[in-house]
Design a protein around this ligand. Structure first.
Ligand code: SAH
Length: 242
């Protein structure tokens, strides 16, 4: 099924044999990918299933697809990986969302913190959701990571309740002194700061909330490098990159 164009649709309820593709996904199909009637496509409803379908009719604002079969997608990670990343300047948050999606992250939270100077608004969050969707299609995932925004670090840390491993990448930890990432198993949340980094107070808050400080070595990484590296390291340690 790998050569066929992939599109996300609303969650399908029950046994459905035809479905309309609408909105942005339709525009992308029609004007960018130039999908034609008779084309074989894949529809993804976020449940993890992949539906094979044939484009039966293209209308002005939607297309009708006939579903011909379904399989369970097998490219989703077995373990929950949640990235919490400080809001970054320019389009850096988009970069992180794109790469984290490729690396199999299941959820992404973006937060404001003490030394964070980037701002988020509704449009930017919508844009991040679109980036996640496009990235998920490109890397053949059948689910799109959920994206959430937190006004402060407290809310972001709270959203990590219940995860088996709670990791906090901290630039002022001495290298070698932090938590050993290779020891993890089970659902994992990784927090990475924005360009301004974290304050001592924020680090204390995180450890008091059950997070373990992680060092990424002796060099100070750019926030986007740190975020993407954390995703790769966690996914690797959990056996998700095999
Ligand atoms: N402005 C800060 C650097 C921030 S780097 C300074 O000048 O010190 C942005 C984020 O990347 C940090 O908050 C941390 O989460 C992560 N990071 C960067 N380098 C790191 C390292 N060596 N170890 C752990 N985390 C690191």
């Amino acid at each position: 099924m790998s050569g066929r164009k992939r599109f996300f649709i609303e969650k399908l309820q029950g046994d459905v044999s035809e479905v309309y593709l609408e909105g942005e996904e339709f525009i992308h199909a029609k004007t960018v990918l130039r999908v034609e009637e008779g084309a074989e496509i894949i529809l993804l409803d976020g449940s993890g299933k992949e539906y094979s379908a044939i484009v039966a009719k293209i209308e002005k604002h939607r297309l009708l697809a006939h579903i011909t079969g379904s399989i369970d997608g097998d490219r989703e990670p077995q373990t929950e990986i949640y990235l919490l990343c400080g809001a970054l300047k320019g389009d850096k948050t988009e970069l992180v969302v794109q790469k984290a999606t490729e690396l199999g992250v299941t959820k992404i939270g973006v937060f404001a913190s003490e030394y964070c100077s980037a701002f988020m608004n509704g449009n930017k969050i919508e844009r991040l959701k679109k980036v996640a969707r496009e990235s998920a299609k490109q890397c053949m995932r059948s689910r799109v990571p959920e994206i959430e925004y937190f006004n402060d670090l407290v809310g972001a840390l709270k959203s990590a309740d219940g995860y088996d491993n709670k990791l906090f990448a901290c630039e002022f930890l001495e290298s070698g002194s932090g938590f050993d990432l290779s020891r993890i198993s089970g659902s994992t949340v990784a927090v990475v700061g924005s360009e301004g980094g974290f304050s001592q107070k924020e680090y204390k808050l995180a450890t008091a909330s059950g997070f373990a400080g992680v060092s990424l070595g002796k060099r100070i990484l750019r926030a986007e490098t740190a975020a993407i590296s954390m995703c790769a390291l966690v996914a690797y340690a959990l056996g998700e990159l095999k």
